[in-house]
Write a protein that binds this ligand. Structure first.
Ligand SMILES: Cc1ncc(COP(=O)(O)O)c(C=O)c1O
Length: 389
Protein backbone atom coordinates (compact mmCIF):
# COMPACT_ATOMS: atom_id res chain seq x y z
CA UNK A 1 0.00 0.00 0.00
CA UNK A 2 1.16 3.48 -0.79
CA UNK A 3 1.50 5.88 2.09
CA UNK A 4 1.13 9.58 1.49
CA UNK A 5 2.28 12.70 3.25
CA UNK A 6 -0.39 15.37 3.34
CA UNK A 7 0.20 18.78 1.90
CA UNK A 8 1.13 20.61 5.06
CA UNK A 9 2.43 23.88 3.75
CA UNK A 10 0.53 27.10 3.69
CA UNK A 11 1.43 29.18 0.71
CA UNK A 12 -0.22 32.37 -0.38
CA UNK A 13 -0.14 31.42 -4.06
CA UNK A 14 0.62 28.46 -6.30
CA UNK A 15 4.35 28.12 -5.74
CA UNK A 16 5.47 28.08 -9.38
CA UNK A 17 7.28 31.08 -10.75
CA UNK A 18 9.95 32.28 -13.17
CA UNK A 19 12.80 34.42 -11.90
CA UNK A 20 14.06 37.02 -14.35
CA UNK A 21 17.48 38.33 -13.43
CA UNK A 22 17.56 41.87 -14.79
CA UNK A 23 21.18 42.39 -13.73
CA UNK A 24 22.16 39.38 -15.89
CA UNK A 25 20.22 40.88 -18.79
CA UNK A 26 22.11 44.15 -18.36
CA UNK A 27 25.44 42.32 -18.20
CA UNK A 28 24.60 40.41 -21.37
CA UNK A 29 23.73 43.68 -23.11
CA UNK A 30 27.01 45.20 -21.99
CA UNK A 31 28.93 42.17 -23.30
CA UNK A 32 27.31 42.63 -26.71
CA UNK A 33 28.00 46.36 -26.51
CA UNK A 34 31.68 45.69 -25.84
CA UNK A 35 31.86 43.25 -28.73
CA UNK A 36 30.46 45.61 -31.33
CA UNK A 37 31.85 48.76 -29.61
CA UNK A 38 30.75 51.87 -31.47
CA UNK A 39 30.56 50.12 -34.84
CA UNK A 40 26.88 49.31 -34.65
CA UNK A 41 23.77 50.47 -32.86
CA UNK A 42 22.07 47.67 -30.92
CA UNK A 43 18.37 47.17 -31.51
CA UNK A 44 17.38 44.92 -28.59
CA UNK A 45 14.72 42.49 -29.71
CA UNK A 46 12.03 42.35 -27.03
CA UNK A 47 9.20 40.93 -29.11
CA UNK A 48 6.89 38.22 -27.77
CA UNK A 49 7.07 39.76 -24.30
CA UNK A 50 10.87 39.75 -24.48
CA UNK A 51 10.91 36.03 -25.29
CA UNK A 52 8.72 35.38 -22.27
CA UNK A 53 10.83 37.45 -19.87
CA UNK A 54 8.47 40.46 -19.71
CA UNK A 55 8.99 43.18 -22.31
CA UNK A 56 8.38 46.30 -20.22
CA UNK A 57 10.62 45.21 -17.34
CA UNK A 58 13.38 44.08 -19.69
CA UNK A 59 13.23 47.17 -21.89
CA UNK A 60 13.37 49.44 -18.85
CA UNK A 61 16.37 47.55 -17.45
CA UNK A 62 18.11 47.75 -20.82
CA UNK A 63 17.30 51.45 -21.10
CA UNK A 64 19.08 51.99 -17.77
CA UNK A 65 22.32 50.66 -19.25
CA UNK A 66 22.07 52.70 -22.41
CA UNK A 67 19.91 50.78 -24.89
CA UNK A 68 18.50 53.21 -27.44
CA UNK A 69 16.47 50.96 -29.74
CA UNK A 70 14.00 48.12 -29.23
CA UNK A 71 12.54 45.77 -31.80
CA UNK A 72 9.04 44.34 -31.42
CA UNK A 73 6.76 42.48 -33.78
CA UNK A 74 3.58 44.56 -33.71
CA UNK A 75 2.14 47.98 -32.98
CA UNK A 76 0.37 46.45 -29.99
CA UNK A 77 3.67 45.27 -28.49
CA UNK A 78 5.21 48.68 -29.11
CA UNK A 79 2.32 50.54 -27.50
CA UNK A 80 2.66 48.30 -24.45
CA UNK A 81 6.29 49.45 -24.14
CA UNK A 82 5.29 53.11 -24.50
CA UNK A 83 2.60 52.71 -21.81
CA UNK A 84 5.24 51.08 -19.63
CA UNK A 85 7.40 54.18 -19.86
CA UNK A 86 9.85 53.19 -22.60
CA UNK A 87 10.90 56.41 -24.34
CA UNK A 88 13.62 55.19 -26.69
CA UNK A 89 13.18 54.33 -30.38
CA UNK A 90 10.98 51.31 -31.13
CA UNK A 91 11.01 49.45 -34.42
CA UNK A 92 7.92 47.49 -35.42
CA UNK A 93 9.75 44.77 -37.33
CA UNK A 94 6.72 42.98 -38.75
CA UNK A 95 5.10 46.21 -39.90
CA UNK A 96 1.72 47.59 -38.93
CA UNK A 97 -1.75 46.26 -39.73
CA UNK A 98 -4.08 48.23 -41.93
CA UNK A 99 -5.66 50.97 -39.77
CA UNK A 100 -2.79 51.17 -37.27
CA UNK A 101 -0.91 53.94 -39.06
CA UNK A 102 -2.30 56.69 -36.79
CA UNK A 103 -1.18 54.76 -33.71
CA UNK A 104 2.27 54.30 -35.26
CA UNK A 105 2.64 58.05 -35.61
CA UNK A 106 0.99 58.99 -32.32
CA UNK A 107 3.20 56.57 -30.38
CA UNK A 108 6.28 57.67 -32.29
CA UNK A 109 7.09 54.19 -33.60
CA UNK A 110 9.38 53.28 -36.47
CA UNK A 111 7.70 50.76 -38.75
CA UNK A 112 9.26 48.30 -41.13
CA UNK A 113 7.58 48.77 -44.50
CA UNK A 114 7.71 46.87 -47.77
CA UNK A 115 4.54 47.73 -49.72
CA UNK A 116 2.92 50.61 -51.56
CA UNK A 117 -0.17 50.21 -49.42
CA UNK A 118 1.82 50.73 -46.20
CA UNK A 119 3.66 53.68 -47.70
CA UNK A 120 0.47 55.41 -48.82
CA UNK A 121 -1.30 54.78 -45.50
CA UNK A 122 1.62 56.31 -43.59
CA UNK A 123 1.87 59.29 -45.93
CA UNK A 124 -1.87 59.99 -45.55
CA UNK A 125 -1.62 59.70 -41.75
CA UNK A 126 1.37 62.09 -41.79
CA UNK A 127 -0.67 64.62 -43.81
CA UNK A 128 -3.36 64.61 -41.11
CA UNK A 129 -0.81 65.87 -38.56
CA UNK A 130 1.53 68.83 -38.08
CA UNK A 131 4.38 68.44 -40.54
CA UNK A 132 7.31 66.29 -39.40
CA UNK A 133 9.38 63.56 -41.04
CA UNK A 134 8.22 59.96 -40.50
CA UNK A 135 11.15 57.51 -40.36
CA UNK A 136 10.73 54.03 -41.81
CA UNK A 137 12.98 51.01 -42.28
CA UNK A 138 12.54 49.22 -45.60
CA UNK A 139 12.43 45.45 -45.24
CA UNK A 140 13.76 43.50 -48.22
CA UNK A 141 13.31 39.78 -48.81
CA UNK A 142 16.76 38.49 -49.73
CA UNK A 143 15.80 34.83 -49.80
CA UNK A 144 13.73 33.84 -46.80
CA UNK A 145 10.47 34.16 -48.76
CA UNK A 146 8.68 35.61 -45.81
CA UNK A 147 7.86 39.29 -45.29
CA UNK A 148 9.75 41.95 -47.19
CA UNK A 149 9.94 43.54 -50.58
CA UNK A 150 11.01 41.16 -53.38
CA UNK A 151 14.39 42.31 -54.72
CA UNK A 152 13.02 42.84 -58.23
CA UNK A 153 10.50 45.39 -56.95
CA UNK A 154 13.07 47.44 -55.05
CA UNK A 155 13.90 50.08 -57.74
CA UNK A 156 10.20 50.89 -58.28
CA UNK A 157 9.55 51.09 -54.54
CA UNK A 158 12.50 53.42 -54.02
CA UNK A 159 10.99 55.77 -56.62
CA UNK A 160 7.71 55.75 -54.70
CA UNK A 161 9.56 56.45 -51.46
CA UNK A 162 11.31 59.38 -53.05
CA UNK A 163 7.92 60.86 -53.94
CA UNK A 164 6.37 60.34 -50.50
CA UNK A 165 6.95 63.78 -49.09
CA UNK A 166 6.86 63.07 -45.36
CA UNK A 167 8.46 59.63 -45.30
CA UNK A 168 12.17 59.33 -44.58
CA UNK A 169 14.06 56.11 -45.28
CA UNK A 170 16.09 55.85 -42.10
CA UNK A 171 16.89 52.17 -42.41
CA UNK A 172 17.08 49.17 -44.71
CA UNK A 173 17.17 45.59 -43.50
CA UNK A 174 16.70 41.94 -44.20
CA UNK A 175 16.54 38.77 -42.12
CA UNK A 176 18.69 35.64 -42.43
CA UNK A 177 17.05 32.23 -42.69
CA UNK A 178 20.08 30.19 -41.55
CA UNK A 179 22.23 32.47 -39.43
CA UNK A 180 23.52 29.54 -37.34
CA UNK A 181 25.60 28.49 -40.31
CA UNK A 182 26.71 31.48 -42.28
CA UNK A 183 28.93 29.31 -44.49
CA UNK A 184 25.86 27.54 -45.84
CA UNK A 185 24.99 28.35 -49.42
CA UNK A 186 21.65 30.00 -48.66
CA UNK A 187 23.17 32.31 -46.02
CA UNK A 188 26.00 33.28 -48.40
CA UNK A 189 23.41 33.98 -51.07
CA UNK A 190 21.38 36.22 -48.74
CA UNK A 191 24.49 38.15 -47.69
CA UNK A 192 25.36 38.74 -51.37
CA UNK A 193 21.79 39.79 -52.19
CA UNK A 194 21.85 42.24 -49.29
CA UNK A 195 24.97 43.85 -50.78
CA UNK A 196 23.04 44.21 -54.05
CA UNK A 197 20.18 45.84 -52.12
CA UNK A 198 22.60 48.42 -50.72
CA UNK A 199 23.99 49.08 -54.23
CA UNK A 200 20.45 49.68 -55.52
CA UNK A 201 19.85 52.16 -52.70
CA UNK A 202 23.10 53.94 -53.56
CA UNK A 203 22.14 54.08 -57.25
CA UNK A 204 18.98 55.89 -56.17
CA UNK A 205 21.03 58.34 -54.14
CA UNK A 206 19.89 56.82 -50.82
CA UNK A 207 22.22 55.96 -47.95
CA UNK A 208 20.04 55.01 -44.98
CA UNK A 209 21.61 55.65 -41.59
CA UNK A 210 20.75 52.19 -40.30
CA UNK A 211 21.62 49.12 -42.34
CA UNK A 212 20.89 45.85 -40.57
CA UNK A 213 20.95 42.12 -41.17
CA UNK A 214 22.39 40.41 -38.09
CA UNK A 215 20.37 38.59 -35.45
CA UNK A 216 22.16 36.92 -32.49
CA UNK A 217 23.87 34.10 -34.38
CA UNK A 218 25.14 36.47 -37.07
CA UNK A 219 26.37 38.94 -34.43
CA UNK A 220 28.42 36.22 -32.80
CA UNK A 221 29.39 34.43 -35.97
CA UNK A 222 30.34 37.05 -38.52
CA UNK A 223 31.54 40.61 -38.17
CA UNK A 224 30.76 41.43 -41.81
CA UNK A 225 27.02 41.05 -41.17
CA UNK A 226 26.90 43.83 -38.58
CA UNK A 227 26.67 46.92 -40.81
CA UNK A 228 25.47 49.90 -38.74
CA UNK A 229 22.81 48.16 -36.62
CA UNK A 230 22.43 44.68 -35.12
CA UNK A 231 19.24 43.03 -33.86
CA UNK A 232 20.07 40.50 -31.12
CA UNK A 233 17.33 38.75 -29.19
CA UNK A 234 18.33 35.34 -27.77
CA UNK A 235 21.86 36.53 -27.03
CA UNK A 236 20.55 39.12 -24.57
CA UNK A 237 18.58 36.49 -22.69
CA UNK A 238 21.68 34.34 -22.38
CA UNK A 239 20.52 31.64 -24.78
CA UNK A 240 23.12 29.35 -26.22
CA UNK A 241 23.43 29.55 -30.00
CA UNK A 242 23.78 26.32 -31.98
CA UNK A 243 26.45 27.72 -34.30
CA UNK A 244 27.87 25.64 -37.11
CA UNK A 245 30.71 26.03 -39.59
CA UNK A 246 33.40 28.70 -39.28
CA UNK A 247 31.25 30.79 -36.95
CA UNK A 248 31.27 28.03 -34.33
CA UNK A 249 35.05 28.09 -34.25
CA UNK A 250 35.45 31.84 -34.38
CA UNK A 251 32.68 33.03 -32.16
CA UNK A 252 33.88 35.92 -30.16
CA UNK A 253 31.61 36.68 -27.27
CA UNK A 254 32.33 36.10 -23.61
CA UNK A 255 30.01 33.67 -21.90
CA UNK A 256 26.58 35.07 -21.31
CA UNK A 257 24.35 34.17 -18.39
CA UNK A 258 20.82 32.82 -18.78
CA UNK A 259 18.43 35.49 -17.53
CA UNK A 260 15.50 33.28 -16.68
CA UNK A 261 15.16 30.45 -14.20
CA UNK A 262 11.96 28.54 -13.56
CA UNK A 263 11.09 27.23 -10.12
CA UNK A 264 8.43 25.48 -8.10
CA UNK A 265 8.15 23.57 -4.81
CA UNK A 266 7.35 20.05 -3.66
CA UNK A 267 3.71 19.95 -2.60
CA UNK A 268 3.39 16.27 -1.71
CA UNK A 269 5.45 13.10 -1.22
CA UNK A 270 4.29 9.56 -1.77
CA UNK A 271 5.93 6.18 -1.10
CA UNK A 272 5.18 3.50 -3.64
CA UNK A 273 5.82 -0.21 -3.73
CA UNK A 274 7.41 -2.07 -6.64
CA UNK A 275 5.17 -2.30 -9.74
CA UNK A 276 2.92 0.69 -9.06
CA UNK A 277 1.88 2.89 -11.98
CA UNK A 278 2.42 6.64 -11.90
CA UNK A 279 0.32 9.33 -13.60
CA UNK A 280 -2.02 9.45 -16.62
CA UNK A 281 -1.86 6.35 -18.76
CA UNK A 282 0.20 4.56 -16.11
CA UNK A 283 3.10 4.25 -18.53
CA UNK A 284 5.69 4.43 -15.77
CA UNK A 285 5.83 1.53 -13.32
CA UNK A 286 8.10 1.53 -10.29
CA UNK A 287 10.87 -1.08 -10.34
CA UNK A 288 11.92 -0.54 -6.73
CA UNK A 289 10.33 0.91 -3.60
CA UNK A 290 10.05 4.50 -4.78
CA UNK A 291 9.49 7.88 -3.22
CA UNK A 292 7.66 10.25 -5.55
CA UNK A 293 7.48 14.01 -5.11
CA UNK A 294 4.62 15.88 -6.72
CA UNK A 295 5.27 19.37 -8.06
CA UNK A 296 2.70 21.94 -9.23
CA UNK A 297 3.71 22.56 -12.81
CA UNK A 298 2.44 21.10 -16.06
CA UNK A 299 1.83 21.63 -19.72
CA UNK A 300 -0.68 24.35 -18.75
CA UNK A 301 2.37 26.35 -17.67
CA UNK A 302 4.34 25.58 -20.81
CA UNK A 303 6.17 22.61 -19.29
CA UNK A 304 6.09 20.31 -22.28
CA UNK A 305 4.38 16.95 -22.14
CA UNK A 306 7.30 15.67 -24.25
CA UNK A 307 9.36 15.79 -21.03
CA UNK A 308 7.28 12.88 -19.69
CA UNK A 309 9.62 10.09 -18.50
CA UNK A 310 12.54 12.02 -20.07
CA UNK A 311 13.30 15.30 -18.38
CA UNK A 312 14.74 16.02 -14.97
CA UNK A 313 14.61 18.73 -12.32
CA UNK A 314 17.01 19.91 -9.63
CA UNK A 315 16.23 19.36 -5.96
CA UNK A 316 18.72 20.06 -3.16
CA UNK A 317 21.52 20.46 -5.73
CA UNK A 318 20.85 16.99 -7.18
CA UNK A 319 19.01 15.82 -10.27
CA UNK A 320 15.66 14.04 -9.91
CA UNK A 321 14.10 12.35 -12.98
CA UNK A 322 10.58 13.03 -14.18
CA UNK A 323 8.55 9.83 -14.00
CA UNK A 324 5.15 9.33 -15.59
CA UNK A 325 3.35 11.67 -17.93
CA UNK A 326 3.43 15.42 -17.43
CA UNK A 327 -0.16 16.50 -16.64
CA UNK A 328 -1.73 19.90 -17.19
CA UNK A 329 -0.93 21.07 -13.66
CA UNK A 330 1.29 18.45 -12.04
CA UNK A 331 4.52 16.57 -12.56
CA UNK A 332 5.83 13.56 -10.64
CA UNK A 333 9.51 13.10 -9.93
CA UNK A 334 11.48 10.24 -8.40
CA UNK A 335 13.22 11.43 -5.23
CA UNK A 336 14.14 8.02 -3.83
CA UNK A 337 17.84 8.91 -4.04
CA UNK A 338 17.35 12.23 -2.26
CA UNK A 339 16.22 10.98 1.16
CA UNK A 340 16.01 14.47 2.71
CA UNK A 341 13.49 15.70 0.11
CA UNK A 342 10.70 17.46 1.94
CA UNK A 343 7.44 19.19 1.24
CA UNK A 344 8.14 22.84 0.48
CA UNK A 345 11.59 22.18 -1.00
CA UNK A 346 12.48 24.40 -3.93
CA UNK A 347 12.62 22.67 -7.30
CA UNK A 348 14.53 24.11 -10.22
CA UNK A 349 12.93 23.29 -13.55
CA UNK A 350 15.28 25.51 -15.55
CA UNK A 351 18.30 27.07 -13.87
CA UNK A 352 21.62 26.36 -12.22
CA UNK A 353 22.94 25.42 -8.80
CA UNK A 354 26.48 24.75 -7.63
CA UNK A 355 26.65 21.22 -9.09
CA UNK A 356 23.71 21.03 -11.49
CA UNK A 357 22.35 22.91 -14.45
CA UNK A 358 19.30 22.55 -16.61
CA UNK A 359 19.36 25.10 -19.39
CA UNK A 360 16.59 25.94 -21.81
CA UNK A 361 18.59 24.06 -24.44
CA UNK A 362 18.12 20.78 -22.53
CA UNK A 363 14.33 21.17 -22.67
CA UNK A 364 14.59 22.08 -26.35
CA UNK A 365 16.60 18.93 -27.04
CA UNK A 366 14.12 16.64 -25.26
CA UNK A 367 11.16 18.24 -26.94
CA UNK A 368 12.76 18.49 -30.39
CA UNK A 369 12.39 22.20 -30.69
CA UNK A 370 14.48 25.34 -30.32
CA UNK A 371 15.19 27.32 -27.12
CA UNK A 372 13.09 30.20 -28.47
CA UNK A 373 9.94 28.07 -28.35
CA UNK A 374 10.60 26.95 -24.78
CA UNK A 375 11.03 30.54 -23.57
CA UNK A 376 8.08 31.94 -25.52
CA UNK A 377 5.95 28.99 -24.44
CA UNK A 378 6.16 29.77 -20.73
CA UNK A 379 2.51 30.56 -20.07
CA UNK A 380 1.14 33.74 -18.49
CA UNK A 381 -0.02 31.55 -15.58
CA UNK A 382 3.58 31.51 -14.38
CA UNK A 383 4.24 34.76 -12.52
CA UNK A 384 7.53 36.47 -13.40
CA UNK A 385 9.52 37.69 -10.41
CA UNK A 386 12.21 40.24 -11.12
CA UNK A 387 15.52 40.02 -9.29
CA UNK A 388 18.83 41.86 -9.58
CA UNK A 389 21.71 39.51 -8.87
C1 LIG B 1 13.50 40.44 -37.83
C2 LIG B 1 14.17 39.84 -36.64
N1 LIG B 1 15.33 40.35 -36.22
C3 LIG B 1 15.99 39.87 -35.15
C4 LIG B 1 15.47 38.80 -34.44
C5 LIG B 1 16.25 38.29 -33.26
O1 LIG B 1 16.66 36.99 -33.46
P1 LIG B 1 17.63 36.26 -32.39
O2 LIG B 1 16.80 36.04 -31.18
O3 LIG B 1 18.02 35.01 -33.07
O4 LIG B 1 18.75 37.19 -32.14
C6 LIG B 1 14.28 38.22 -34.86
C7 LIG B 1 13.75 37.06 -34.14
O5 LIG B 1 13.15 36.19 -34.63
C8 LIG B 1 13.61 38.76 -35.98
O6 LIG B 1 12.45 38.25 -36.41
Amino acid sequence: MASSTELAIHMSARPTWAEVNLAALQRNYQAVRELVSSEATICCVVKCDAYGHGSVECARALQEVGATWFGVTSTEEAVKLRRGGVRTRIMVMTGFWRGEEDEVLDSDLTPAIWSTEQLQALQRAAERRPKRPVPVHVKVDTGMSRLGLPMAELPGFLEQLRNAEDIVVEGVFSHLASSENLDAEDAQWQIMCFDDVLKTFAEHGMTPKFVHLANSAAVVGRHDTWHSMIRPGLLLYGGCLPLEGKAAAEQCIPSLTPVLSWKTRVIALKDLEVGQAVGYGGNYKTTRPTRIAIIPVGYGDGFSRHLSNKGRVILRDQYAPIVGNVSMDLVTIDVTDIPDASIGDEIILIGRTEHCRIDVEEHALHTQTIPYEILCGLSPRVPRKYVDE
